[in-house]
Design a protein around this ligand. Structure first.
Ligand SMILES: [Zn+2]
Length: 332
């Protein structure tokens, strides 16, 4: 079980002092988010009016996180608690956190519910076209898919910029309700951040409109269904969503390499903090065997951040701008 320290990024110096001085005691923050996107949206709206933190330690996998007793205590003391409401946090939040929360003290924001209520984009997970199950009989894999009767929405909703804005709107409404005296500040901060997101959105649209290609290939997990659907991009990947598989089948690797060659792509993407770089290296080798060259580039999906980016205060908008630069190369 991973130990989830509370990491504050709003005021870096202050936060590290608090962290270091906290032996076993829970920290008190006004706003706590389980993952990076919710945390980033909250700090952008809160600025100096509310203290915000993220449960995940930097450089760790959101999908492997589970809360420590100290994390639970901190959440109970918070004024606002933000979680995704999908496969990575829904289960532990709903079984361990929500029953213990005093709803008069803590407002809970479930980002997937917000997106649904506000009419945002929601998509069910889907297997990428080159995906072939490894190590088990394919028929058994597909039969299991058919018999999993529950609809599973892909939880990576924040990678739709439209959804991101809806979540920011909700966070701003909640902050105004719990801290009325600063409501004008929350409104201004929200408008400023949404303007920055609109700017990135326009940059992405410009790149796509002027590019010669419309396909991106990930030799990795693919938590970007919302992103590609929003912009009408084609995609292929080793796994859907954040599949926990650690290796891809030989068939998947060959199919991905063929896709890169047939479409004359210059980029194989991996996601940040990827543990699966060996898949990308294998695809790259196969591509090179066919006499072509290809680069491995990172696409930021914002589950979590590196320690370095956390210390620098890198934002959702900053990461999306890095993605725009990479897309501009990959699609041309
Ligand atoms: Zn994920």
């Amino acid at each position: 079980m991973k130990k989830g320290l509370l990491i504050s990024c709003a005021a870096l110096g202050l936060a590290s002092t608090l962290l270091l001085s906290s032996c076993g005691k829970s920290e008190e923050y006004d706003v706590i988010a389980t993952s990076f996107a919710g945390y980033d949206f909250a700090r952008a709206v809160a600025k100096d009016n509310l203290s915000c933190s993220m449960l995940l330690n930097p450089d760790t996998d959101l999908h492997e996180y589970s809360p420590s007793p100290r994390d639970i205590l901190s959440i109970k003391k918070s004024k606002v608690f933000i979680y995704i409401g999908g496969e990575s946090d829904e289960e532990w939040v709903e079984s361990q956190i929500l029953p213990q929360i005093d709803s008069n003290k803590t407002t809970v924001i479930n980002m997937m519910e917000v997106v649904e209520e506000k009419g945002g984009n929601r998509y069910e997970e889907e297997d990428p076209s080159s995906f072939e199950p490894e190590g088990i009989d394919s028929n058994a894999y597909y039969a299991k898919q058919i018999h999993d009767d529950e609809e599973e929405y892909d939880e990576h909703i924040w990678n739709s910029l439209t959804n991101a804005k809806l979540i920011i709107e909700e966070i701003s409404s909640v902050f105004k309700a719990i801290d009325e005296k600063n409501k004008e500040s929350y409104e201004t901060n929200k408008e400023d951040y949404i303007a920055k997101i609109n700017e990135v959105d326009n940059n992405i649209k410009d790149v796509i409109k002027t590019s010669s290609k419309d396909l991106i290939v990930f030799a990795d997990k693919f938590p970007l269904l919302y992103f590609v659907k929003e912009y009408g991009l084609q995609y292929d990947a080793a796994f859907k969503g954040c599949d926990s598989s650690n290796s891809a089948s030989a068939t998947t690797i060959i199919k991905l390499a063929n896709k890169v060659c047939e479409n004359d792509l210059n980029t194989i993407f991996v996601i940040e903090l990827s543990k699966n770089q060996s898949i990308a290296n294998s695809v790259k080798s196969k591509v090179q065997e066919k006499g072509k060259d290809v680069e491995i580039r990172t696409f930021y999906t914002m589950h979590n951040v590196s320690k370095d980016d956390l210390d620098k205060g890198t934002t959702y908008v900053d990461f999306m701008n890095k993605n725009v630069e990479s897309l501009n190369i990959a699609l041309n």
